[in-house]
Write a protein that binds this ligand. Structure first.
Ligand SMILES: [Zn+2]
Length: 45
């Protein structure tokens, strides 16, 4: 699994954000915050 914001590989088991039925995890609170502000920007598929 990769951090959708910065592309870093994520191995830790942090609390995921569920968006459109998919789980997303983040390397840090900053990436998590950025995703929460505008999920569509990082899930354009
Ligand atoms: Zn990140």
């Amino acid at each position: 699994m990769k951090d959708p914001v910065c592309g870093m590989e994520i191995s830790e088991k942090d609390e995921p954000i569920i968006h459109n039925g998919k789980e997303y995890r983040f390397c840090c609170a900053t990436c998590r915050w950025a995703f929460e502000q505008n999920p569509e920007q990082f899930t354009s598929s």
